[in-house]
Unconditional design. Structure first.
Length: 625
């Protein structure tokens, strides 16, 4: 029979949908809907036996070759979920696919065969029983043969010629216990780190911050691929029972939503890191990456971890990543627990270093002199144990930059971190800020573009990019970028503050003040405080507002609160009081205020640029020329 005849095409209709079983296409109102291979095969099986139960035991036999190792439970659930999404169907009130708990699925809508299709649902008894069964068996064999022939003989999709981009979607917690989310999130982060080290000049990996936005997402593969600009998705699940863990993962190609590879790993907690190396090696093979011997050796080696220490570390990262003072404090507690369980666990020391780095500058009420020496000690200890961790080199570089003002040493550590992991988004971000601080503006912007490629939805990264435009005196672009940041997180105070100063330095004073009112409201100012701000502005313009800030800062300091001397100095500089500005900058120098690292480029100190005392201060900070 000719391949283009209606009977050869075997088209089935239900509701507003049509399915071309031969071509493997689903259409709605004549418009093709993208549906991945496995959901489509499930739909085909359900249509062939509409009105009958297709058991969960039958599905794997038709969907995967006999020698494939897959977490069938997770994969079937995921495939049915995607099928329902394509059909705008609901598990709770199904129109098409009905779930029979612990049994399987049934297609419940009327089905119409077009021009020699599978047979109309309206008259299922019109065909004698044995003939109907034979027809169904024959149809099933045709579909199964076609599917396995496709798997066996269809040529591999041509790989992208440029850089391959991939995202690791948050692993699904199948333990049935929400308190185990930290474990699934931790494995996601570690998997990102593993993949980021694979031939980085060829493979880019989206950073954790942006990937975690897709936790529990209902978006389709093509939507995620378009939003992130990726070629592949790695999705998986983790099920933990006592000291045993099952990790399942599958690789999906975005262009055609084909499942390229799937595997499951059963491990005890002590050897959990080894399975992540196996996943990385399998993916490298699937997308034809040629790994160097050192890369292969790194994946093959996985230091056994003490389960209790690893679990404490994962809990620490889970809380630290939330970035509120309370949660970051919890993170430190768990990092210290991990060190108690395993004093040779480098990542736990890196976590401690990150805590104190974040905690400087008053964020956690810690002074720089209290926080940075502890951060440095923890980072050096981590590197003594294992100097191959990019995160630790970045932590040490940050200390050298913001506290030691050892600019050459900082750049050396940043470069070492990015050599170890060129896909490390936070490392690129901090290196961009370093380049900005020392006045290498063009290099900084190039580095920041690299960060945005790896972490497009990070609030911190987008805000840092906006501040970069502010420091570069590109005020309109700063406002545009900070608006983008506020779209990601509407209450992000730093982005709103950047808008205030960008408007002010542009000469749009009244607009700047209106943005300041929004900032104070976002920060939770009381009605009395808001009224005082308006009164100060009406009485003395921005200088009136600055004097109000000085009074508030003095009051805070009298109560023992941490106030940045550099912030105080900047207010005096803008008021034209250069003497007091220099007094407070000297205090910033003595206290090692974090903002001192940005004196060379901050527009707030432009009134002091020509002052010999200010130039002498910059020389004492060893800024490179």
């Amino acid at each position: 029979m000719d391949e283009t005849t209606p009977q050869a095409r075997r088209i089935v209709r239900f509701g507003v949908y049509e399915v071309d079983l031969r071509a493997g296409e689903l259409r709605k109102h004549g418009v093709k809907i993208k549906l991945q291979e496995q959901p489509f095969q499930i739909l085909a099986m359900l249509l062939e036996r509409h009105g009958e139960v297709v058991t969960r035991e039958e599905l794997p036999q038709n969907l995967w070759p006999a020698d494939t190792f897959v977490d069938f439970e997770h994969s079937i659930n995921a495939a049915v979920k995607r099928l329902r999404k394509a059909l705008d169907d609901s598990a709770d009130s199904p129109r098409f696919v009905e779930t029979l708990p612990r049994r399987g699925y049934r297609f419940i809508a009327p089905v119409e065969a077009l021009e020699g299709g599978v047979g109309a649902a309206a008259a299922p008894t019109a065909v004698p029983g044995r003939m109907r069964i034979a027809a169904l068996v024959l149809a099933g064999l045709v579909i199964a043969f076609g599917y396995f022939a496709w798997r066996r003989f269809w040529p591999r999709v041509k790989l992208p010629t440029g850089k391959i981009m991939r995202v690791v979607l948050p692993f699904e917690n199948l333990s049935g216990d929400p308190t185990q989310d930290y474990f699934a999130d931790g494995l996601t982060e570690e998997m990102i780190t593993q993949l980021a080290g694979l031939q980085p000049e060829r493979l880019g990996v989206i950073a954790r911050t942006s990937a975690m936005r897709y936790k529990h997402t209902q978006k389709r593969v093509d939507e995620i691929g378009r939003e992130l600009g990726v070629d592949y998705l790695l999705e998986g699940s983790v099920r933990r029972e006592g000291e045993r863990v099952r990790i399942s993962a599958q690789l999906i190609q975005v262009s055609d939503q084909a499942h390229l590879w799937a595997e499951s790993y059963d491990r005890d907690l002590g050897s959990i890191l080894a399975s992540q190396g196996e996943v990385a090696r399998s993916i490298a093979n699937e997308i034809e990456l040629e790994l160097t011997p050192p890369q292969q050796a790194r994946l093959a080696y996985a230091r056994p971890v003490i389960p209790e220490a690893h679990e404490a570390y994962l809990r620490g990262r889970y809380h630290w990543n939330k970035r509120t003072p309370e949660e970051v404090q919890k993170g430190l507690e768990y990092f210290n627990q991990a060190i108690e369980k395993d004093p040779r666990y480098a990542l736990a020391y890196a976590g401690v270093a990150d805590y104190y780095t974040v905690g400087s500058g008053g964020y956690l009420g810690l002074s720089p002199k209290e926080a940075y020496p502890k951060a440095k000690a923890a980072a050096l200890k981590a590197l003594e144990i294992d100097d191959s961790v990019a995160e630790t080199h970045t932590s040490l570089a940050t200390v050298k930059m913001e506290y030691d003002w050892d600019w050459a040493g900082a750049e050396q550590e940043f470069k070492r971190a990015l050599e170890l992991n060129p896909n490390y988004a936070i490392g690129h971000q901090w290196y961009a800020e370093f380049l900005r601080a020392v006045g290498r503006r063009d290099e900084s912007f190039r580095e920041m573009q690299r960060v945005l490629e790896l972490d497009p939805f990070s609030v911190i990264v987008n805000n840092s990019h906006g501040i970069g435009f502010l420091y570069a005196r590109q005020y309109d672009r700063a406002v545009q970028q900070c608006r983008r940041t506020l779209e990601l997180e509407p209450d992000f105070l730093s982005a709103q503050g950047c808008i205030v100063w960008s408007r002010y330095y542009s000469g749009l004073v009244e607009e700047a003040f209106q943005e300041q009112l929004r900032l104070d409201k976002m920060a939770g100012a009381s009605p009395a405080q808001m009224a005082a701000l308006r009164k100060a502005y009406e009485a003395g313009g921005w200088n009136g507002v600055r004097r109000l800030w000085l009074d508030r800062q003095k009051e805070a300091m009298s109560k023992g609160k941490c106030v940045s001397p550099v912030s105080h100095a900047g207010t005096y500089a803008q008021l034209g009081d250069k003497g007091q500005a220099m007094v407070w900058l000297e205090k910033g120098l003595k206290q090692r205020d974090v903002r001192m690292a940005y004196l060379k480029i901050d527009p707030e100190f432009d009134p002091l640029r020509s002052d010999p005392r200010f130039q002498d201060l910059l020389r004492r900070m060893n800024f490179p020329h």
